[in-house]
Design a protein. Sequence first.
Length: 326
Amino acid sequence: MALKHQMVVFLLHMALLSVVFETGNAAGLKVGFYQKTCPKAESIVRQTVGGYFAKDPTVSAPLLRLHFHDCFVRGCDGSVLLNSTADNVAEKDAAPNMSLDGFFVIDAAKAALEQACPGVVSCADIVALAARDAVSLSQGPSWQVKTGRRDGRVSSAAEAVANLPSSFAEISTLKAQFAGKGLSTKDLAVLSGAHTIGNSHCNSFSNRLYNYTGKGDVDPLLNPKRIPELRAQCKPGDATTVVEMDPGSATTFDTHYYQQVAAGNGLFHSDAALLRDPLTKKYVYQHVGATASFFRDFGVSMVKMGMTGVLTGTHGEIRKNCALVN
C-alpha cells in the first residue's frame, strides 16, 4: 500500500513539473521563494503540521479548509486569520466560518518561523503550505507550493458571507462562484473532492433531512436509504454534533467521496449538485476509484486556487502575529 502511494505521488510530481515551469513566476509567486531568506521554511511548517497530525489526524481537514476559505475571500492573503476588532467584524467571525479550526497549528508554525527567520515568511504562505502538508500526511497527493504571498490588512465578515460557496448551493451558483475566482467547472469537481476528509456540523445539511423546502420534506437528491442513519445522528435543530463527510474514511484522502456522491450519499446539497451538470457528473463517475488521476488533478487545482488574488512584492505586509495586523 505504501509503495502504491509513493508511486502515485511520484507521478503527480512529474505531471506538475510542466505547470511549475510554465507559471513559476505568475503573480509574483515561485517555488522556493524562501530558499535564500529562510531555507528551512517549508520543513518547519511540515514538522509543525506533522507533530499535530501524529496526535490527532483529524487536524488535516481544518487546515485544508482554512486555505480554501482564505483564498475565496480577498484572495490567498491570510485575511481569514485576522481577529475582529472593536470596529470591524473579521472573516473568521462570519457565519460560514464559525466552525473553522486549525488556527493553533498556523500560530505554532508562525512562532517557529519567527524564531528561525523573523519577519520573513507570511501567514498566507504558511496556510498554503500547511494545506499541502495536511493532505499528503492523510495519504493524499503532494504538490509544489509556489510561495511569495504577502499578508492582507483587511478582513471582512460581510465579504466572507458574500464570497464563500454554501453547502446548500445549486450547481449554477457554485459554477459562477468558482468562475469568479478564475476557477473552472473542472476545478469545482476536483476541489469538491476535499470533502473526502473531515467532519461537518449537522446544521450544514440537516434541512435535507427534515425541512428541505419548508414543508417538512426531504431533499429528493439524497439517497432515501441514508436518511434514517443521518437522522439518528442529527436531531432537528442540532448545531453541535459532527458527522463524518466521508463515512469510514474521514481521515484518509482518497476517492471514496466520489463513490458516495455517485450513490446519492453526498452529505451536502452542494455535493449532490455535482450530479446536475454534465461535466461535474462525468468527473464524479470517472473518479470512483481513479486515484492517480484525481491526485494529479487535485494538485493542479490547488496550485491554481493558491494563486487567487495574491499580494506580492511591496503589497500587504509580513505579519508578526497571524491574528493581528502589524
